[in-house]
Design a binder for this molecule. Structure first.
Ligand SMILES: [Zn+2]
Length: 203
């Protein structure tokens, strides 16, 4: 059973920092965790209840955590959300693995770091390289009908300037291999960075 996961990355007095939330468990620096609890307490839960109309208490906790996390940074430069395995499951998985294997023992903490890293990679890619972005920039086409440019302004994780949205379409070779991708991708030309939060499978 997967648990709801949130990660906020933002600027805190000019420094890039992050805080993660997994079904009530926080991972990050202690001062940020403390500020999260204050922010969480300060949220008007009545107002949030009416705004989001959550179906169950878990998702309501998720909405509260989301609001608190977003309020910690100025500006917020990224927000990941999704589902991860909770620690209890990872502990059971580690015990099972260690009982079968005579090699190095693994810990639930390692499994947790790995799953968070996999989630981060899925969140930011594809595209997998700046050369793919350059190929698209050389032949920039309009997005197909029904795909308006996202209104959200994302910031570059290196220079923190607002990013530019481009309609990304992976190469013909990737479509032939049935792993083509297309969608709105935010890029920063100055830093040659990109993020792929709106990429869908090419039909
Ligand atoms: Zn940049």
């Amino acid at each position: 059973m997967n648990a709801f996961y949130l990660k906020a990355i933002g600027l805190d007095q000019g420094v890039l920092r992050s805080l993660e939330w997994l079904e009530g468990e926080l991972a990050g620096d202690e001062d940020l965790i403390e500020r999260f609890h204050f922010a969480r307490e300060a949220i008007d839960t009545e107002a949030l209840l009416w705004t989001h109309a959550p179906k169950d208490i878990d998702s309501f906790e998720g909405r509260l955590a989301e609001a608190a996390l977003r309020s910690l940074f100025d500006p917020l430069v990224d927000f990941e959300s999704g589902f991860l395995s909770p620690m209890n499951d990872l502990e059971a998985e580690a015990v099972k693995h260690n009982a079968k294997s005579s090699g190095r023992k693994i810990t639930a903490g390692e499994l947790d770091r790995e799953q968070r890293e996999r989630h981060r990679q899925r969140h930011f890619t594809p595209p997998f390289g700046w050369s793919e972005i350059e190929a698209v920039l050389a032949d920039l086409r309009d997005a197909p009908d029904g795909h308006p440019k996202p209104g959200e302004i994302l910031r570059c994780l290196q220079c923190f300037q607002p990013m530019e949205w481009i309609w990304f379409r992976s190469s013909a070779a990737t479509s032939q291999m049935l792993c083509g991708r297309e969608g709105w991708t935010p890029i920063c030309r100055a830093c040659r960075t990109w993020r792929a939060c709106r990429i869908g499978i090419l039909s």
